[in-house]
Write a protein that binds this ligand. Sequence first.
Ligand code: ASP
Length: 337
Amino acid sequence: MTRSPDTTRATKAGRSPAPDGVRTPTTNVWHGADLLGTRGVPAERLRELLTLARARRESPAKSLAGRTVATVFFEDSTRTRSSFTIAAQRCGADVVDLSSKASSANKGESLADTARVIEAMGVAAIVVRTSRAGGAKMAADAVACPVINAGDGAHEHPTQALADALALDDAWNLAGSFDFGGKRIVIVGDLSHSRVARSNAASLTTLGAEVVFVGPPAMAPRSLGGALGVRVSHDLDAELAEADAVMALRIQLERGAGAMLASSRDYRSAYGVTQARADAMKPGALVMHPGPMNRGVEMDPAVADGPRSIVIRQVAAGVAVRVAALEAVIGSTAGNA
Ligand code: ASP
């Protein structure tokens, strides 16, 4: 089985090897590994996590009772951090939240040092968000406990991509097959700054979908599509009719996207998921957004709240996949070695 060195690893130093392959029990497959990205992760491994997410959603378990999970966010987040906290509590774990203001990373202590200090307090896993691409791996390399990447710069955001896959499987009534063969998903917006787009390009493609990146040339450079193996288009209207889902992305002003933008009005007119564009989509086609959303720019409010939207399902799915991610990397207390 191939495994990308910068996304997931089977084991951490000093741990026994994690079982491999599809024949092993679901909760053991990721045990002791980090979840740093989706790129290079085989379909079987993605499906195992997603299947566990569905199973725990149906039958919650206090699988991490007595364990402590640290969430360490060096960058603003509302929904991802709360989602991890709720997920950890749902598994019976205790959670310690360390915001960037409360941590000493802002005072010059490195991410690796911070991770080591937190691990020394006896946590079972560390959930990291950082504005630094590769930051989650830096933390993971420094500690023996599993690390989950909750977003590192414009690099990866694996649990968002897994949440999106679960929401799509639900909305398409695929009953947990996570087989997206024949589906075309358009991801539109500020792709150049988007870790969500990168993680989704990898996971959705691995699960069989065709992914198309759409945006203005500065935000959707052909080189990015080439690097990720997806087609790039600058014409949203030309792509809508064949799309089974359109995922709009936030314009990431904090990462310099303002310089790429003439005006919000121009952006909406060329790339916004407006009501007229939603009307042009095929019956049953879906619209998505990972949030937070600039309503009226990336997507019209009526579309975001309308019948094609699975935006709220994405949020709910986020908790389910984080339950699975935590249980999988830590290993449940219910008998896993
Ligand atoms: N919440 C997502 C992220 O953290 C998307 C965004 O911020 O626009 O990447």
